[in-house]
Design a protein around this ligand. Structure first.
Ligand SMILES: Nc1nc2c(ncn2[C@@H]2O[C@H](COP(=O)(O)OP(=O)(O)O)[C@@H](O)[C@H]2O)c(=O)[nH]1
Ligand SMILES: [Mg+2]
Length: 293
């Protein structure tokens, strides 16, 4: 995971440690780092923000001539940590209301259905009862997929309608059923949609109006720079509260997580595989440490 970013940082730090640099040489190294970040899926905007802050701090602070490598490493870590916020812990926020309604959305194939099964499993492990709204009534097999994924989870109920029916109505029924039967949380699956499809985005807004205590964008880490564009449009149209970044296990770069944060969407969890347990709480400190191993 994230070797690309890790290499970008370690290359810079190693170069700096090997010789004494002129100001111009250092400037060139920082420019290179900015480009390296972008090629590892950090958005242009986020890379510029990070490097501007590095340059500003280097010009303002008394920088040691010996040990500049260590100094820069700590500076980068500090700046990154300041930019990275973990999104809400689902277990914690769900205790505020019963049932607490979490709606998951995002492009096709980003991992929504798989992630919902993992989240349902997480709630079960914490002794809470989730009810799933199968509100992807569009894609053939979507309802069976969520049923199949959760078949091993006792006590997880699914509310479904037929294909082609209104996803907002499915969510409405699911919330009513959860209220009537004392479920703790409603997890709503939705159909994948391109952020550029106006009709489908309007449909999503309609679903969210039925009731969404937490709006979760599911982003595939492998969508790279596109992921940030997708996230920005979703943020604008849905005011998404937080993101889950899936396929982190296959992400050799790592920049999407940083870009999302700079774009105003924190990350709550990382998907790290296809199994029910492959959902990790996003921990900014651990993430940054990993980048500077
Ligand atoms: N390696 C890996 N694969 C994942 C992860 N999350 C989802 N997938 C896979 O991505 C594909 C699409 O997932 P799905 O849940 O159907 O996406 P949806 O269209 O958004 O509902 C499936 O093959 C999943 O097994 C993850 O965290 N890691
Ligand atoms: Mg799906």
């Amino acid at each position: 995971m994230f070797e690309g970013l890790r290499k970008a940082f370690s290359n810079v730090i190693q170069t700096i440690s090997t010789k004494e640099l002129s100001e111009e040489e250092l400037e060139e190294i920082l420019d290179d780092l900015e480009l390296e970040l972008v090629s590892n899926d950090v958005s242009v905007e986020a890379a510029a923000e990070i490097l501007d802050e590095v340059r500003e701090r280097l010009s303002r602070e008394r920088v040691p001539r010996i040990g500049l490598d260590k100094y820069l490493k700590n500076l980068l870590k500090e700046i990154l940590l300041k930019k990275l916020k973990a999104g809400p812990d689902f277990i914690e926020v769900s205790k505020r209301k019963k049932p607490f309604v979490i709606v998951f959305f995002g492009p096709n194939g980003s991992g929504k259905t798989t992630t919902i099964a993992k989240v349902a499993h997480m709630f079960r492990k914490h002794g809470m009862r989730p009810l799933i709204a199968a509100a992807d009534t569009f894609r053939a097999g979507a309802i069976e997929q969520i049923e199949y994924r959760t078949r091993v989870l006792p006590g997880v109920r699914i509310v479904k309608h037929t294909y082609g029916s209104s996803p907002a109505a499915v969510l409405y029924d699911a919330i009513k059923a959860a209220e009537a039967r004392g479920y703790d949380v409603v997890l709503a699956d939705t159909a994948g949609r391109m952020h550029t499809d106006d009709n489908l985005m309007r449909e999503l807004q309609k679903i969210l109006k039925v009731g969404a205590d937490l709006k979760v964008l599911v982003v595939d880490a492998l969508t790279g720079q596109d992921g940030v564009r997708i996230a920005k449009t979703y943020k604008k149209l849905t005011n998404a509260d937080t993101a889950i970044v899936t396929k982190a296990d296959a992400d050799a770069k790592g920049g999407v997580i940083i870009s999302l944060n700079v774009a105003g969407i924190p990350v709550s969890y990382l998907g790290t595989g296809q199994n029910l347990d492959d959902l990790k709480r996003f921990d900014p400190k651990e993430f940054v440490e990993r980048l500077f191993l």
